[in-house]
Design a protein around this ligand. Sequence first.
Ligand code: FUL
Length: 490
Amino acid sequence: MKNKLTLLILAIFSLQSFQVISQPAPAPYGALPSERQLKWHELEMYGLVHFTPTTFQNKEWGYGDADPSIFNPSEFDANKIIAAMKDGGLKAMIFVTKHHDGFSLWPTRTSEYNISKSPFRNGKGDMVKEFEQACRKVGFQFGVYCSPWDRNNANYGSYEYVKNYREQLKELYTNYGPLFMSWHDGANGGDGNYAGAKGTRTIDRSVYYGWDTTWAMTRKLQPTANIFSDIGWDVRWVGNEKGIAGETSWATYTPIPAKGYAVAGPGLLDDSINPYGTKNGNSWVPAECDVPLRKGWFYHDDEKEMVKTPEQLFQLYLKSVGRGGCLDLGIAPNTKGLLADEDIVSLKGFGNIVKKTFENNIARTAKINASNIRGEAYGLKNLLDDDRYSYWASSDAVTTPELILEWQNEIEFDLIRLRENIKLGQRIEALEVDAMIEGAWKKVGEATSIGACRIIPFANPIKTDKLRIRVVSSPVCITLSDLGVFKKQL
Ligand code: FUL
């Protein structure tokens, strides 16, 4: 009898171990990111450089009437600008190759109004190329912004211009290597110089540009480029130029179908939904949070005092990257063609805060236990290995597991970072954090929409030797890839 019992126990045990080892991976949930979107998420931070004759006019929007002779940045050095951006922790840059004023920063065949008519490099310059090469040298990815609105082009408003615009993109897509982004701003139509015919040109954004055709070309010529636009694909505008995503910000999105907008891909994005996204929305369209380092997108001498401080930038980091988006920071060279000292100092300070804060993950020194583990391959070590796609998973039936972290001595932290393995979708809807304080669990924090990255900031540092993270809502089993506990290093 005793032997039979032992055998039975052994049989059950080996069956369980077998199940543990052979446990299949969780099924993906909901809309999933494409390969190019995964790469975009990994960047987290990049810069958007505005530098055109508009800089020399001390304006934010050039009218399209600046004489190309004013564009003469005698000390321009793309390497120095990129080096300062790198010190700021940025990993890529988008160059405004043509802003609304219509001046092309490369020697395009599509318009007379371009850099070859300026004194820059004696009319032989190609600033897009110089930036692209400076990026490649330091491992930065490169992207382009080419304004659809063109206040200089005589044909703006007619089909001729749309063809011309596509030709411009074609040049950009074929001469500057692989791009990570094709950025299309939403300021479209209005007054301008239109090759001397001053006046207003209005267009119907829903149909005028024929985006379907343009984006078929983008996909063909630049399959790695994420399309940023308010009508279409990969990445959405966060809905403000403050660099701030909603506290709950889903990477998924269900666009509201709008009459007349026949566009491939997700469709029309709505500014009022953009900060938040849509829970379990039908497409993966994460938020890009754009914000200038200075007050405006272009350099102005009298805005020195308005350069954001490293601390302010770090707060923006928490509200953009820390809410599952990317931070797109506006960088504005001055008329010399360099960044002002205060911009360089601020970027460096910011980069240092990010680096120092996140290099010491206090969770690594804890003993961690989970209420459920799907199987050996999905264990807790995956939470600490800096691999965004290795993950701790719960069994299919367990949607609200919890983790307990225990330290031998009291620790102090003010940030918790969590990531899901988004290859399997955005799954965790909400979780809560408790700390053991004076012998009892006390709820100290909570977060929704985990996704690619969710940082929970604590206004006051928490001191404890025991921390509990409870998933409170998930439609399916969880697949958490990262657990970080940090103390801000300002
Ligand atoms: C907007 C533009 O109107 C601004 O000038 C700037 O380029 C910003 C990044 O996008 O749509």
